[in-house]
Ligand binder design. Structure first.
Ligand code: ADP
Ligand code: ZN
Length: 524
C-alpha cells in the first residue's frame, strides 16, 4: 500500500522526518526517544511547549504495537488525535464522550493491532474491562502525560492518577514514560516512586524563558494600574484573575473603556468559550480577561504580555500561566500585581480546604509563590531555583535586575540565621527560627529549652518581616532549603558551610518592606 521509497526502516530519525516533517531533534528529545525505543523507562521534565509529545509519539511509531497514552484532559486528547490523524498516524481516543458502539469499534482496532496510539483517561485505564482488553493487546509503551498529577507534592494531584503505579507491576516488560512541565525536586522524586519506574532515564530540560521579562508591582489601585499598563502594550495579552466574578467585573470595566477584550471562565458555555479562543487566536480581540480555566491547549504564539491581577496559588501555576507569553521567542512581559491582602485571602481559602494534609502542602506551595513575589534577588533565579535549575548569574531581564535594590555586606546577618537553623537541628520552620532569633518569650520555646541557645535573641533589633525577608533571600541564594516533606523545616545546604565559617562573602538586599510602584512606569 505504501510506495516503495517510503517503506524504509523506521528509526527515530526517519519517523521525525517522514511523519512529522522536522529535521532535527530538540535538546534531549533524541536521547529520550532512542532509549524509550529500546525499552527503557523515562521521566521527561520539560516546560510547556518544550516538545514533550514527540518523546512518546515517535517511539509509538518505531516500536511494535500500540502506545497507550494517559491524559487527564478530554479536549487535549481530541486535539492531539486530530493532529496525528492529519499526519497519517493511526490514532484514537477512548473516553466517556464516545457512544458505546464507537468505543467497541476502537477496542476492536486495539485488539487487531490497527492503532499506533490510543489516548485514554486515567480512570479508563484502570477499568477492569479495559485492563482485560490490554492484556490481549500488543502494547508498545505507556505514556503518562501530566505525570505530576500522580504526586501529592504536585500542584494538581488527581486521585485517578494514584492507581497508575500498578502499570509497571502488571506490565513489567513494557516501557513507561512519564512527562510533565512541573519539576520541583520533591514532586520529581515522588513521580519516580509512585510510577514505580525501573532505572529510568530522567531528562530535565531548561525551564528558562529568556524572552519573558518578569515584573512584580505592588497592587494599590488595581484597575488604574491595569489600564495604564495595557495602554502601553502592543499586541495581545492575557489578564488572569482568581475568581469568575473578578473576571466579569474587570472585563466589563475594560470593555467600557473601549478595549477589544473578552472574558473567559469555566462558568461560560462551550460555544462562548470557543468563540473567545478563536477570536483571540485570530487577533480579533487583544485582551482576554480570564481565570486559570484559560490556557491549556491555547496555542497562540504572539501573546506579548500576561498580567496576574491576583497572586496565583503556586509557582507552578505562575510559571505555566506566564509561559503563555512569548512562545514566538520575541520580547514579552509577565506582570504580577502583588498585595499582602490578596495573599492573606489565598491562605484563608487554602485553609478552608477539606483535607488537612492537602491544605498543608498547598500552604507550602503558596509560601514559595509569596517568596517569589517578595524576592529581592533576580526573579528568574528564584523561579529556576524553584525548579531545581540553579544558576548563579542574575538575568538582566527582570525588575530586580533592571532596578536593583540596595545591596549590603550580609555575612554576619546570614550567619545569625544559618547558625540558628543549625542550633535548632535543622528541624524548625522559618517562623520558629525567627522567634528564637528575636528572643520571644514563648512557652514552647522555653519548654524546648531553646531560650538557652546562643542564638536566642541575637536578632532582637529587627522585625519579623525583616527576618522573613532575609530568610527568603537565603533560600533564593541556595543557602537554605525549605523541606516541604518535613513541616517546612529549614535545612542548610552544602553552600551554607563556607558562609558559617566566614570564608565567602554574602551580598544581601536591604529589605524593601514597603512595596513601591515601579518608578519607570509610574512616571508615564
Ligand atoms: P509540550 O507538550 O512539551 O508542551 P509539544 O509537544 O506540544 O510541547 O511541542 C510544542 C511544539 O514544538 C509543537 O508545535 C511541536 O510540533 C514542536 N516541536 C516539537 N519537537 C520539535 C522538533 N524536534 N522540531 C521542530 N518542532 C518541534
Ligand atoms: Zn533578573
Amino acid at each position: 500500500e505504501l510506495a516503495p521509497e517510503t517503506q524504509r526502516v523506521k528509526t527515530p530519525e526517519t519517523v521525525l522526518k517522514d511523519v512529522f516533517g522536522y529535521d532535527a531533534f530538540r535538546d534531549g528529545q533524541g536521547e529520550v526517544i532512542h532509549q524509550v525505543c529500546e525499552g527503557k523507562d523515562a521521566l521527561v521534565l520539560l516546560p510547556t511547549g518544550g516538545g514533550k509529545s514527540l518523546c512518546y509519539q515517535i517511539p509509538a511509531l518505531v516500536r511494535q504495537g500500540t502506545a497507550i497514552v494517559v491524559s487527564p484532559l478530554i479536549s487535549l486528547m481530541q486535539d492531539q488525535v486530530e493532529q496525528l490523524k492529519a499526519l497519517g498516524v493511526k490514532a484514537a481516543y477512548l473516553n466517556s464522550t464516545l457512544e458505546a458502539d464507537e468505543q467497541a469499534r476502537i477496542n476492536d482496532a486495539l485488539q487487531a493491532g490497527k492503532l499506533d496510539l490510543l489516548y485514554v483517561s486515567p480512570e479508563r485505564l484502570m477499568q477492569y474491562y479495559f485492563q482485560q482488553s490490554l492484556a490481549h493487546a500488543d502494547i508498545a509503551l505507556f505514556a503518562i502525560d501530566e505525570a505530576h498529577c500522580v504526586s501529592h507534592w504536585g500542584h494538581d494531584f488527581r486521585q485517578d492518577y494514584r492507581a497508575l503505579g500498578q502499570i509497571k507491576s502488571r506490565f513489567p516488560s513494557i516501557p513507561v514514560i512519564g512527562l510533565t512541565a512541573t519539576a520541583d525536586s520533591a514532586t520529581q522524586a515522588d513521580i519516580l516512586t509512585q510510577l514505580n519506574l525501573n532505572d529510568p532515564l530522567v531528562y530535565k530540560g531548561s525551564f528558562d524563558r529568556p524572552n519573558i521579562r518578569y515584573r512584580v508591582m505592588s497592587k494599590y489601585k488595581a484597575f488604574d494600574q491595569v489600564v495604564a499598563y495595557v495602554k502601553q502594550q502592543e499586541g495581545s495579552g492575557i489578564i488572569y484573575c482568581n475568581s469568575r466574578a473578578k473576571v466579569d467585573d474587570l472585563h466589563a470595566k475594560l470593555f467600557r473603556q473601549g478595549f477589544r477584550c473578552a472574558a473567559y471562565h469555566a462558568g461560560m458555555d462551550n460555544d462562548e468559550r470557543e468563540l473567545v479562543q478563536r477570536q483571540f487566536l485570530n487577533d480579533k480581540i487583544d485582551i482576554v480577561v480570564a481565570t486559570v480555566a484559560f490556557g491549556m491547549g491555547i496555542n497562540k504564539s504572539n501573546v506579548r504580555y500576561v498580567v496576574h491581577h491576583d497572586v496565583p496559588r503556586s509557582v507552578e501555576s505562575y510559571y505555566q500561566e506566564t509561559g503563555r507569553a512569548g512562545r514566538d521567542g520575541l520580547e514579552s512581559e509577565a506582570l504580577l500585581l502583588f498585595d499582602e491582602k490578596d495573599a492573606a485571602r489565598v491562605k484563608q481559602w487554602i485553609e478552608q480546604g477539606e483535607i488537612a494534609e492537602r491544605n498543608q502542602i498547598e500552604l507550602q506551595k503558596f509560601a514559595a509563590m509569596e517568596a517569589f513575589s517578595e524576592a529581592q534577588t533576580c526573579r528568574r533565579q528564584v523561579l529556576l531555583n524553584y525548579f531545581s535549575q540553579f544558576s548563579d548569574s542574575a538575568c538582566g531581564n527582570c525588575d530586580i535586575c533592571l532596578d536593583p535594590p540596595k545591596m549590603i555586606d550580609g555575612l554576619v546577618i546570614a550567619q545569625k540565621v544559618l547558625s540558628c537553623v543549625l542550633r535548632l537541628s535543622q528541624q524548625a520552620s522559618s517562623q520558629y527560627v525567627i522567634d528564637v532569633l528575636r528572643g520571644k518569650q514563648l512557652r514552647r520555646l522555653q519548654e524546648a529549652g531553646h531560650h538557652q541557645l546562643s542564638t536566642y535573641g541575637i536578632g532582637k533589633d529587627k522585625s519579623d518581616s525583616y527576618w522573613h525577608n532575609i530568610i527568603n533571600q537565603l533560600v533564593h541564594k541556595g543557602l537554605i532549603r525549605v523541606d516541604i516533606t518535613a513541616h517546612a523545616a529549614l535545612r542548610l545546604t552544602e553552600a551554607a558551610r563556607p558562609v558559617l565559617k566566614g570564608e565567602v562573602a554574602v551580598q544581601l538586599a536591604v529589605p524593601r518592606l514597603e512595596f513601591k510602584p515601579d518608578k519607570k512606569k509610574a512616571k508615564q
